[in-house]
Ligand binder design. Sequence first.
Ligand code: TEU
Length: 557
Amino acid sequence: MVRKWWHDKVAYQIYPKSFLDTDGDGIGDLRGVIRKLDYLKGLGVDIIWLSPVYRSPFVDQGYDISDYYAIAPEFGTMEDFDELLAEAKKRDMYLIMDLVINHCSDQHEWFRRALADPDGEYADYFYFRKGKDGKAPSNYRSYFGGSTWEPVPGTDQYYLHMFAKEQPDLNWNNPRLKKELFDMVNWWLEKGVAGFRIDAIINIKKDTAFPDYPADGTDGLVSCTRMVEEVDGVGELLEELKKETFEKYGAFTVAEVFNMKEDELREFIGDNGHFSTMFDFSAAVLSGGEKGWHTAGEISFEEWRSALFASQMEGQKVGFKANIIENHDEPRGASRYLPDHARNTRGIQMLGTTSVLLRGIPFLYQGQELGMTNCLFDSIEEYDDISTKDQYKVALEAGLTEADALKAVARFSRDNSRTPMQWSDEENAGFTCGKPWLKVNPNYTQVNAAREEKDKDSVLHYYRQLLALRKSDAYRETFTYGEFRPAFEEEKDIFAFYRITPEQKILVAANYGTVERKLVLPSGIKKQLLCNNGRINAAGSRIGLGSCDAIVLELDC
Ligand code: TEU
């Protein structure tokens, strides 16, 4: 494996709108990020992923970009951005941007020109197609519900949008469009960003015949992912993107990839892959819910452990995955992957331990280090998220009551992870002195950075120890390059694995169950590296793991 600069780093996703507001408009901003760089450095963060801060009408919270070269005034100015970049570099931190190039905003100049002249050159930056038998060109359902085709005003044509109708898809068959995108990517790389998180990128390849597929819902439509899964050739586009941009700058890239074809992992993240790495969504996709969030089942511990172990075993054959428990699209990990009895400080520390010490690059999401959890919203009107509102409608159309539909979306709403960062027990959790754009989780009085700073047993202190251990001189090599090997898989409720190099053997073990479990180790304990309850119940090579205990041990090789 070719060693890369980012292999031993820790990354942290900032959702700027909810991170810290410094001008009182209730919206987080770049100056808020600047103000917290030392907090992030002190946590052990090396790479910061900034969710989109480009100009946008915010229909999809910035994932609908109207100007790729401008900072949204809600977040500040380009000067603020330049200062953030410079201040991060002063701290040996790397900044990566969110690259949203499957689609742009319907307010982007390209699309406005396309609407103004549906037969002109800018219309071919998008997918403008005539309808079929008076209907849309194909029967695809968008990720946010409804047809992926929207009529082009004043014509018999439609335009394609895999996401919201305000997010027209960009035509990657158009060389002029591609060059505009590549020039933009290189402009940001020239500015000194270290790379990108790449949004929804698997969607850029279309089957331009736009064939219908059998409907998979009562709306007579089929998920647009069906076309994504069937069409070949995305690799050629991804390779061109890499060669025309990232590769020229040695940029770090982490791709958001769902629906990748079998056996393509090496092409995506191998030594010469399209990307440096990609997120491991193997746990997130377990929730299913193909017919809507209201149809999603509960994940069993065994399914969850097996999915992560399989993903680790697959990943280490070809490269590095990016490990997460949550992000801005997912509910909070502490509310999703912990059984009820473990939804407490030690359970959250346990979850952090078994995620951060996996093989691959850990990507924390803002507030994860505090143990932030899902937030209950009292009505659908309190939610902001476009996906949540769509799923609420889907649940009602499936016959659920309003109360049950609200419960269904509460589990998976993207707003669970978009509530303002909880800095203190002051009003609005210290996030803003204005009216926060989204509800603040009422548990901020307990779950907040200021309180946890003073509590040596807090989630925050534990995450600092966890990241320091991972990056320590003594163990960095093993936690970065050490083989991942499952341990005690036959043991119910035990999530345990080894990280192994010729010189070191480290055991990470946690008890997600409710009763103490005894484990017989394969060799003696050389050193206790970390434990979330201060002491380990060990005698020789036997250990006792109580409920929610997480331990990290160096064993005799
Ligand atoms: O997400 C792509 C994606 O597949 C998810 O949107 C998922 O389908 C959706 O969250 C279901 O609720 C990326 C961004 O992470 C997401 O925030 C954007 O909404 C989306 O792309 C469009 O840019």
